[in-house]
Design a protein around this ligand. Structure first.
Ligand code: ATP
Ligand code: MG
Length: 618
């Protein structure tokens, strides 16, 4: 446990009543599910390519359903700006993705070559993801809000051969950098309307001319399928490589962690530009044959409540920042919307403060189930489950098939390895590095062009996640902080999350970011940057009051010594608080990689516009 504090009694465990389940959860007995699970058996839940030709993510997600009883079932339902919807059935999606694969083939884009996207959440994006996989090419989605430089860097690093984008994004972001990307052979415009820009192609016209039913290309389990860039929270984003066998994990975790059932209407708010939006916004729900909602617009509280109610969403996967924005908007915004269809709510991407878990129960009628994973893990690794007790503030327990551990660290914060084996922390609540035993199918197979960095992620038989955590006596994992973000003050190890969670419980505080600043006596002292809720004004009295509030709950060793109000915390475009930037600015150090920063250059003190909300974690 973080030194100097006791577990919160303010947020009691939330137990579940089996009699209250409308739909029997997939995972009821956690221990039994773990004992019975094997990845080989999980592979048998999928079909494999006909004729034993291998495994292909798109075949599992689309074609096997299109060839069976789900052909006419609604696969994707897009909600437009005006609230109207357009749908694609599994058969329709199979046809469109075959045509897209045919377009690539016609352009000479082959096996293993990279196809990028830079577009909003339109049908073309989803067709491009799956069509690329059907062609045995590799898909790399980019978040459409990236500026030209981050786009250029990623296209260059990933040797992008083709790019799917829109006319306006092409004009704004690509036309000016095109000459510096000699490997980029084709730019396909989704909205060319018969009149493509010079140097681009009309995707719709090419699709019309392509065959509607070509065979899915044979891919093997270990063939590269997806390239995902990390969020850039701790530094320059890394390109994580994923293979077709990842679909085994996407499907299995969709069963256990997201509790997907065939009749579900499922909504994942993440943009496919981030790994969550691909693993769980495209692949997992489709492999389960459920109907997936895609909101084509950005986050807006009233719109989101309307979508939940009008589309009868049953399973909702979103992110802490988004939930906190809903909470900030007030519980009355939820009232008047019939959310009775909602069965299960989950969250990922950042620590989920306990207050939000409880708020979910009040405002949505369901508690929020936190889960933890990374771009590198490709799928959910630690989770709270539909049928099991929630301990608010905890990420939950490892998924069946996932072995997690807490690795001890030495005085220099390096993992301790003895005789080739990592030393695991065995006593409950001791803090160490969260580690996973390699072997799950969606584990990344490399960082693109960074082999050494990839190798450094493994030690003593474990994959080291870079996050610090503790495990309680019952096996629940508690996030302490990113390895780079934890604070050492007077011999105490302090996790920013714990301090931020506490600050956010004060009525005036909307969001908080906590860092350590050097101190000659304590080593580091805790400094908090605080965004106020609307209606509150910064003042010295309020500053002292919030510090006092935190001291009472956390004790003087852990509570912030310093507190500064800020109009907007620096965030990644996917909504994560950038503590490294708060720290660099505080200490007058270089800001490092800012390619994924929401509002890159403003200093916290000078920022006047709150960062727009995330549509998109993680
Ligand atoms: P980069 O690796 O480029 O610095 P990043 O780590 O933010 O960026 P992602 O892979 O998108 O990139 O995010 C994974 C990280 O997000 C985790 O390692 C963890 O620090 C944080 N995270 C994800 N889910 C949770 C959660 N439920 N609780 C706490 N932290 C979480
Ligand atoms: Mg990371």
């Amino acid at each position: 446990m973080t030194a100097g504090t006791e577990p919160s009694t303010r947020w009691p465990a939330i137990s579940k009543d089996p009699a209250g389940f409308r739909v029997r959860p997939n995972l009821v007995d956690y221990d039994a599910a773990c004992a019975a699970f094997s990845w080989d058996e999980a592979r048998h839940e999928l079909s494999g390519l006909p004729g034993g030709r291998g495994v292909n993510i798109a075949y599992e997600a689309v074609d096997r359903h299109a060839a069976g009883s789900l052909a006419g079932h609604e696969a994707l339902r897009f909600v437009r700006a005006d609230g109207s919807v357009r749908s694609l059935s599994f058969a329709g999606l199979a046809e469109q993705t075959s045509r897209f694969a045919g377009v690539l083939r016609g352009l000479g884009i082959g096996r293993g070559e990279r196809v990028f996207s830079l577009t909003g959440r339109s049908p073309s994006l989803y067709i491009a993801v799956l069509g690329t996989l059907k062609n045995a090419s590799v898909f790399c989605p980019l978040f459409s809000a990236f500026g030209p430089e981050p786009v250029r860097q990623r296209l260059h690093l990933g040797s992008g051969r083709a790019l799917v984008t829109t006319r306006s994004l092409y004009r704004k972001k690509i036309a000016g950098i095109r000459d510096s990307l000699p490997e980029l052979r084709h730019v396909l415009l989704t909205d060319a309307d018969g009149d493509p820009e010079p140097g681009t192609l009309d995707l719709a016209a090419l699709m019309r001319a392509a065959p509607a039913d070509s065979e899915v290309a044979a891919t093997q389990a270990e063939d590269m399928a997806l390239l995902h860039f990390t969020s850039g929270t701790t530094g320059t984003p890394k390109g994580a490589i994923h293979v077709h066998d990842a679909v085994t994990a996407h499907h299995a975790t969709g069963t256990t962690a997201l509790d997907l059932h065939p009749e579900d209407i499922y909504w994942c708010t993440a943009d496919p530009g981030w790994v969550t939006g691909t693993s769980y916004g495209v692949i997992a729900p489709l492999t389960h044959g459920v109907t997936t909602i895609v909101d084509e617009e950005e986050m807006d509280p009233d719109r989101w409540y309307r979508i939940l109610a009008e589309q009868h969403v049953t399973v909702w996967y979103t992110a802490p920042t988004a939930l906190r924005m809903l909470m900030k908007a007030g519980a009355d915004r939820a009232r008047g919307h019939d959310l009775s269809a909602l069965r299960f709510v989950a969250s990922v991407g950042e620590p989920l403060n306990p207050e939000v878990v409880a708020w979910g129960q009040e405002a949505l009628g369901r508690p929020v189930h936190d889960n933890w994973w990374q771009t590198e893990t490709g799928g959910i690794m630690i989770s709270n489950y539909a049928a099991t007790e929630i301990r608010p503030g905890s990420m939950g327990r490892p998924l069946p098939g996932v072995e997690a551990g807490i690795v001890a660290r030495d005085a220099a914060d390096k993992p301790i390895v003895r005789d080739g084996k990592a030393v695991l922390v065995t006593e409950p609540d001791a803090v160490g590095e969260l580690a996973l035993r390699p072997g799950w199918p969606s584990m990344f197979r490399g960082y693109l062009h960074e082999e050494e960095r990839y190798r450094r992620c493994f030690a003593g038989g474990w994959y080291l996640t870079g996050d610090l955590a503790r495990r309680d006596a019952d096996g629940y994992y508690w996030f302490v902080g990113r390895g780079d973000d934890v604070i050492k003050s007077s011999g105490h190890l302090i996790g920013p999350f714990e301090v931020e969670s506490c600050l956010m419980e004060h009525d005036a505080v909307a969001e908080a970011g906590v860092i350590g600043v050097p101190d000659p006596v304590a080593g580091e002292v805790v400094k908090a940057f605080v965004e106020l809720r609307s209606g509150w004004q910064p003042s010295e009295d309020l500053q002292l009051e919030i510090i006092g509030f935190a001291r009472k709950r956390l004790g003087p060793a852990v509570a912030p010594r310093l507190l500064e109000f800020t109009a907007a915390l620096p965030r990644t475009r996917s909504g994560k608080i950038l503590r490294r930037l708060l720290k660099a600015r505080e200490l007058g150090l270089p800001e490092g990689d800012t390619s994924t920063v929401e509002s890159p250059v403003e200093s916290p003190a000078g920022a006047s516009e709150p960062a727009p909300g995330p549509g998109a974690p993680q």
